[in-house]
Design a protein around this ligand. Structure first.
Ligand SMILES: [Zn+2]
Length: 330
């Protein structure tokens, strides 16, 4: 940051004013990238490299009070008071880099975090449809293909992946497998084996280990479905099943859920009620902004991302709302 801006912020007491505002900013990540590893799946879920992540964590630790799940429960349910700007760190989807890259850094810096796990993916060692879609497009040797009603121009694979993912996000969950099988045939690439997919995910042993060393484990539903699109029966199933499996495997009470995709179109009043009825204390949304403690909804705890735009850490603290109002581009 330019020295003059920094001095201005300090002098103007802007930073202090913001710190007094009782805010909770939550940084959510999916994957951290490894510059030495070629990614054969979806690039869209990657955040920073480990080095940059460590810098962000050091900054967060210096400038904010990083709270754990337990402290947030105490603040919201037992009216525990906090007198400085708070932050949290969360990871969604259970990828292997959460264990290999993020966990050693969090442990070294003694930073609490929550890892949200979609249980079926961990049990069956399968990745989400976004990763399979990207894999099929990245691996095809064709320069164009006919798929359903359209022709895919495979000279721009990035564009094709983004268009297919956009279409899949609107799709009924029961139609997704058929769509991927058809895409696999059109692109002449087999669906990656369970072995290839499973390598990208944490094992139960790794999840247990992080769970015993400062990371809280939360639910991310059973099959990573968009909860607002489910019938009441399916909604209950998706949330309860994941909670039951995690509690049995980890021998602990699961109190937090992160709604898949997480925007305000992806969960609703019913989702929040069912989560509460099933014993959760906290429900987290995503790309929804910054929280103010005096008006926080325990079942719509807002999260943002450091991805791409967060080039200047001090400015991020000075203008958290702007930074966290990240735009969904898909
Ligand atoms: Zn997710």
């Amino acid at each position: 940051m330019k020295k003059s801006i920094k001095q201005f912020l300090e002098k103007s007491r802007l930073l202090k004013t913001i710190k007094d505002q009782n805010q909770l900013m939550i940084l959510n990540y999916h994957r951290l990238s490894d510059p030495n590893k070629k990614n054969i799946f979806d690039d869209g879920v990657f955040g920073p490299e480990g080095k940059r992540f460590e810098l962000e964590m050091e900054w967060l630790k210096k400038e904010t009070y990083i709270i754990s799940e337990e402290e947030l429960v105490d603040i919201l349910y037992k009216k525990k008071k906090v007198d400085r700007v708070c932050s949290m760190v969360t990871f969604d989807d259970g990828y292997i880099d959460n264990y290999e890259i993020a966990y050693p850094i969090l442990k070294k810096l003694s930073i609490p975090a929550i890892y949200f796990i979609p249980t079926k993916h961990i049990m069956e060692r399968t990745l989400g449809w976004w990763d399979i879609t990207a894999y099929l497009v990245k691996n095809t040797k064709l320069s164009s293909a006919h798929f359903r009603e359209s022709d895919l121009d495979l000279s721009n694979k990035k564009k094709v992946i983004s268009e297919l993912i956009f279409e899949l996000k609107q799709m009924e969950p029961s139609r997704i497998d058929g769509y991927l099988n058809e895409l696999s045939l059109s692109l002449d690439v087999p669906i990656p084996s369970i072995d290839i997919q499973g390598k990208e995910l944490m094992s139960w042993e790794q999840i247990k280990e992080v769970g015993q060393n400062g990371i809280t484990i939360g639910s991310h539903t059973h099959e990573h479905v968009i909860l607002s699109k489910q019938s009441l029966g399916d909604l209950r199933f998706q949330i309860k099943k994941s909670k039951d499996i995690l509690e049995e495997k980890l021998r602990t009470t699961i109190r937090s859920i992160a709604y898949p995709v997480g925007g305000h179109d992806h969960f609703d009043v019913e989702t929040k009620q069912v989560s509460q009825d099933l014993g959760f204390k906290l429900g987290f949304s995503f790309l929804t902004g910054v929280n103010h403690f005096e008006r926080i909804d325990p079942f719509d705890v807002k999260r943002g991302t450091s991805q791409a735009t967060w080039s200047n850490l001090d400015l991020a603290l000075a203008f958290p709302t702007r930074i966290f109002q990240a735009v969904r581009n898909q």
